[in-house]
Design a protein around this ligand. Structure first.
Ligand code: HSE
Length: 314
C-alpha cells in the first residue's frame, strides 16, 4: 500500500454557447477531488464516493465499471501497464446532472491523481484521452468540452474531429464568467439523444460565423465582438424549454449588461460572460430571476483564466 495522492479538477462550462461539443471553459470555485493509492490488487477499485457534506454519496456507485472516475483511471492504468492495483476515493464537489461538467471533473481528477502515483508522471496533455473514456461512459458521446478545460484550465477549443489534440485559446482581458446552477437536473445523455439530427445550411452558416467571430474576438481582445457573437442559434432553442427559469434568467443577465448568456453544457446551469466589474451584479440578477420562479440556486463568478486540474497532496 502506498500513500494517497489527492487531485482536484474544476467544474467547466461546455459549449460556451457558440461551440457545441468543441469549446469549453474552466470554472473556478467548484470541482471534484479524487484520492488514489496503489494496492496489492490488479485493477482500479472505488473505496467510497462522498458528497460535499462528507456523507456517502446517495446516488453514485462504487462499482468500478459504472463510476466515471474509475473507468477513466482504469483506462490510464491499463495504458501504463503497471501490475499493482489502484484504490480511489471520490469527493464530489460538482452537483450531478448540473451542466457543470460533473462527470468530466471526476474523470479528470482520477487520471491526474493516478498519474501522481507514477515514478515519472506523464505530461498532462497525455491524460486527456483517458479522461475522455470516463466522460464518454457518462454522456454517451465523444466530446471534450468539459474534460479539456477541466484538465488544462482556461478556454479550450476541442473539436471532436481534431481529438485528442486540443487548443488553449487566448481570453479577453477582464472578462468574467458567471455560472448559475438552478436546483434542477438534466441528464446529458438523454439531452443529446433528443437533439435534431439535421440542420439547414442557413443555421450552419450562422453558427459557424458566430464561432469564428467569437474566437477572433477573444484573440483580438474585442469585447464588442464578443457581445455580437456569444449566441447559440442551433442547440439552445432545442434545450431551453427543459429549464423552466432559462428565459427569465437570460433576460435578467442581459438587462444587467452581460455580453451573452446561454445554457452551460446541456443545462440546467446557465452561464453569462461579463465585460467589466459587473459580474457580481449579473450573478445576483440571475439568482433573483431564478428564485422568483420558486427554484433555488447557487452561483459562481470565475475569471476566464481559471486553472485546470492539479495534484494537491502527494
Ligand atoms: N457538449 C455537451 C453537450 C456538453 O452539450 O451535450 C455536456 O455538458
Amino acid at each position: 500500500m502506498s500513500d494517497w495522492v489527492t487531485a482536484f479538477a474544476p467544474a467547466s462550462i461546455g459549449n460556451v454557447a457558440v461551440g457545441f461539443d468543441m469549446l469549453g471553459l474552466a470554472l473556478e470555485g467548484a470541482g471534484d477531488r479524487v484520492l488514489a493509492r496503489r494496492t496489492d490488487g490488479s485493477s482500479v477499485t472505488v473505496a467510497e464516493v462522498r458528497g460535499l457534506d462528507g456523507e456517502l454519496h446517495p446516488y453514485l456507485s462504487t462499482d468500478a465499471k459504472s463510476n466515471t472516475a474509475s473507468i477513466a483511471a482504469q483506462a490510464f492504468w491499463d495504458s501504463h501497464g503497471d501490475s499493482d492495483g489502484v484504490e480511489l476515493k471520490v469527493l464530489k464537489g460538482v452537483p450531478l446532472q448540473s451542466g457543470m461538467g460533473s462527470s468530466a471533473a471526476s474523470a479528470v481528477a482520477a487520471v491526474v491523481a493516478v498519474n501522481g502515483l507514477l515514478a515519472e508522471p506523464r505530461p498532462v496533455t497525455d491524460l486527456l484521452e483517458y479522461a475522455l473514456v470516463g466522460e464518454r461512459f457518462a454522456s454517451g458521446g465523444l466530446h471534450a468540452d468539459n474534460v479539456a478545460p477541466s484538465l488544462l484550465g482556461g478556454l479550450i477549443l476541442c473539436p471532436p474531429v481534431l481529438l485528442p489534440d486540443v487548443y488553449s485559446l487566448p481570453v479577453p482581458d477582464g472578462v468574467s464568467a458567471v455560472l448559475l446552477h438552478p436546483d434542477l437536473q438534466v441528464n446529458t445523455a438523454q439531452a443529446r439523444r433528443g437533439l435534431a439530427k439535421g440542420y439547414s445550411m442557413g443555421q450552419w452558416l450562422e453558427q459557424q460565423g458566430l464561432l469564428g467571430g467569437f474566437i477572433a474576438a477573444c484573440a483580438a481582445n474585442d469585447i464588442d465582438l464578443i457581445g455580437k457573437t456569444l449566441r447559440d442559434v442551433i442547440i439552445e432553442p432545442q434545450r431551453a424549454a427543459a429549464v423552466p427559469c432559462f428565459d427569465n434568467v437570460k433576460a435578467a443577465a442581459e438587462k444587467r449588461g452581460a455580453l451573452g448568456c446561454s445554457l452551460s453544457g446541456s443545462g440546467p446551469s446557465i452561464f453569462a460572460l461579463s465585460a467589466s466589474g459587473d459580474a457580481r451584479n449579473i450573478a445576483s440578477a440571475m439568482e433573483q430571476a431564478c428564485r422568483s420562479q420558486g427554484i433555488s440556486c447557487q452561483s459562481w463568478v470565475s475569471p476566464m483564466t481559471a486553472p485546470g486540474a492539479r495534484v494537491e497532496h502527494a
